[in-house]
Design a protein around this ligand. Structure first.
Ligand SMILES: *[C@@H]1O[C@H](CO)[C@@H](O)[C@H](O)[C@H]1NC(C)=O
Ligand SMILES: *[C@@H]1O[C@H](CO)[C@@H](O)[C@H](O)[C@H]1NC(C)=O
Ligand SMILES: *[C@@H]1O[C@H](CO)[C@@H](O)[C@H](O)[C@H]1NC(C)=O
Ligand SMILES: *[C@@H]1O[C@H](CO)[C@@H](O)[C@H](O)[C@H]1NC(C)=O
Ligand SMILES: *[C@@H]1O[C@H](CO)[C@@H](O)[C@H](O)[C@H]1NC(C)=O
Ligand SMILES: *[C@@H]1O[C@H](CO)[C@@H](O)[C@H](O)[C@H]1NC(C)=O
Length: 522
């Protein structure tokens, strides 16, 4: 059953302005939240400007029951002063305690993304790109581009499948680049001139690998410094140059997507295995010098090591960053969320090596074989995304990049059958696309924590920590204080917030909600 209606944001008793988003609601699963439908007749947009106003709290709320980044305002004179007793949680913000800066938020240009956008009429395809990059969308600023094919392609391939072509004479971009990636990257660049793109390769040409295959256990043949390793380094450089020749410049690069999985004999899709010491030697003997010779120094291109799940992070990176010859080429550490709950690994890396930034470079829901891949209107997944972003930020991460920007109703296409969920999916049989709750949940970060925003300290009174409540606090480049809270509880919670306005005040957060509160810092 589907319900069609336009959402009207709930009116707080003390709010003086609201903004209707015009989400065209469709609810598919009993007990779950809803998706917003976009077709040629109607599509919601998220215009939140101005995000702050003097003497007011500007509030944005997304929740399970009815709101999608709904905006409201409260004048500071109407705030309820804290009498010191009735709050569930007391928070103290310290805006002078400055921590890391945001690099940005975004998603990935994969073949699957373009294959799906291509199904839409041009006007809807443009609207979808605006939803992610436009001023009335999520305003993405950092995006990943797959180098060659990944599992989210209709087949495995590389840019040079001519056996033993060590000079890469036959290297060339393929039709997939033009039809699925470049076309939409250009549209995104049109809306975001300072978009930061980074590349990640899944598998190199198979003739460079011990396995001779795209999947399974496979490492580069021979040893670091040999022609096989040098050719892979040159292959990555050629990719950067080929896109640059088309006017698309890269900001960053990871030497390999998920190097751990290429050491697994049963691995089902494109991979290339590296241990930490292999990656160290690849960077110092092959990739670093090749990038440098081609003019991609650290200023021009940020090399991010690791690009794999959190659990193994410090073990893998330590050998690289502790070797000055390898470390000279490295700018950041990239991580994936698939073993969540290990965000302390980020704090550990930050305190040991504060000169490297930390970026979450891939995440998606529905990746386990035991669960539904794409589920419509799933609110738990929106909460999982928000919780992961907040815990990452509170453990010194500088940003978060989603996986496929767009998938189909099955969570594909994926040649290896590794279907997953996405913030936006398209309908295979009608000119429509849908925005999941995750899309709006993530908007609380991408829209308000703009690049250059600085995390500031906050503390929660002892004895009142609730695992279902996650908070992070930031200061924007224009000096707005930003308070973001995820409440996973089935009930509303009341907070006493100090350090935001002159006096502590009480604020009620709705059940199953994500709330952003913004106020210019005096
Ligand atoms: C706020 O943070 C600053 C900088 O870290 C620190 O010097 C100061 O003591 C903190 N204030 C409180 C009340 O904790
Ligand atoms: C970029 O924007 C301009 C002006 O809005 C438009 O004419 C042009 O077609 C756009 N280019 C792409 C690739 O979408
Ligand atoms: C995460 O990385 C570990 C260590 O490399 C690996 O054993 C595990 O399979 C990975 N987990 C997932 C979900 O990819
Ligand atoms: C760091 O991450 C861990 C694990 O996800 C989490 O329990 C902890 O609360 C995070 N640290 C902070 C300061 O939020
Ligand atoms: C919603 O997502 C959660 C987390 O992935 C999952 O456990 C749950 O089964 C999903 N709900 C439905 C109805 O598929
Ligand atoms: C996709 O379109 C078909 C045909 O109009 C419709 O039956 C189906 O419910 C749509 N899918 C979703 C997820 O709404």
């Amino acid at each position: 059953m589907s319900v069609q209606m336009i959402i009207v944001p709930l009116l707080f008793s003390i709010c003086i302005a609201t903004l209707s988003l015009g989400c065209q609601v469709k609810q598919h699963i009993e007990g779950e939240s809803f998706i917003c439908v976009c077709n040629e007749e109607h599509c919601d947009s998220i215009s939140t400007e101005p995000n702050s106003l003097d003497d007011h709290l500007t509030i944005f709320q997304t929740d399970k029951s009815s709101h999608r980044l709904a905006k409201s305002l409260i004048h500071v004179n109407d705030l309820i002063t804290d009498s010191g007793e009735i709050a569930d949680i007391h928070v103290l913000i310290n805006a002078t305690d400055r921590k890391q800066q945001i690099i940005g938020f975004g998603g990935a240009f994969t073949d699957a993304t373009g294959i799906n956008i291509n199904k839409l009429p041009d006007s809807l395809a443009d609207k979808l790109i605006e939803d992610y990059f436009g001023p009335n969308g999520l305003q993405y600023t950092v995006c990943r581009v797959v180098i060659g094919g990944s599992d989210f392609s209709d087949r495995p391939y590389s840019y040079d499948d001519v056996e033993n072509d060590f000079e890469l004479k036959h290297f060339s971009l393929v039709n997939d680049d033009y039809q699925y990636k470049i076309k939409y990257i250009r549209k995104a660049l049109n809306l975001t001139s300072d978009l930061k793109l980074f590349g990640s390769s899944w598998s190199p040409p198979t003739w460079l690998k011990t396995s001779g295959k795209f999947n399974g256990l496979g490492i580069l043949k021979d040893e670091p410094g040999s022609i096989y390793w040098k050719t892979y380094a040159n292959y990555l450089v050629k990719f950067l140059q080929a896109y640059e020749a088309l006017g698309i410049n890269f900001w960053g690069l990871t030497p390999e997507n998920e190097p751990n999985v290429g050491l697994n004999p049963g691995w089902r899709w494109n991979a290339l295995g590296f241990t930490g010491s292999m990656m160290r030697d690849f960077i110092k003997k092959d990739l670093g010098p090749a990038l440098k010779a081609a003019g991609y120094d650290k200023e021009k291109l940020k090399m991010m090591i690791y690009d794999d799940n959190l659990s193994n992070l410090n073990y893998f990176i330590n050998g690289i960053v502790n070797d000055p010859e390898a470390a000279q080429y490295v700018s950041g550490i990239a991580y994936h969320w698939y073993t969540r709950k290990y965000h302390e690994a980020l704090s550990e890396a930050h305190y040991a090596h504060p000169e490297y930034f930390l970026l979450s470079t891939e995440a998606c829901e529905g990746f386990r074989s035991t669960e539904a891949h794409l589920t419509l209107g799933n609110w738990t997944r929106a909460e999982n995304i928000a919780a992961d972003v907040i815990e990452g930020l509170n453990n010194w991460s500088n940003g978060w990049v989603d996986w496929n920007l767009v998938l189909d109703e099955n969570g594909g296409p994926n040649w290896a059958g590794n279907w997953v969920d996405a913030f936006i999916f398209v309908n295979d049989s009608a000119p429509e696309y849908y925005k999941q709750p995750m899309f709006y949940a993530f908007g609380h970060f991408s829209k308000f924590l703009r690049p250059g925003s600085t995390r500031v300290g906050h503390s929660i009174s002892a004895g009142m920590v609730d695992e279902n409540v996650k908070i992070t606090t930031f200061l924007s480049p224009s000096n707005d204080l930003i308070f973001t809270l995820l409440n996973r509880n089935q009930k509303s919670i009341k907070l006493s917030i100090a350090g935001f306005d002159e006096k502590p005040f009480l604020f009620t957060f709705e059940p199953r909600s994500i709330t952003t509160i913004i106020k210019p810092l005096k």
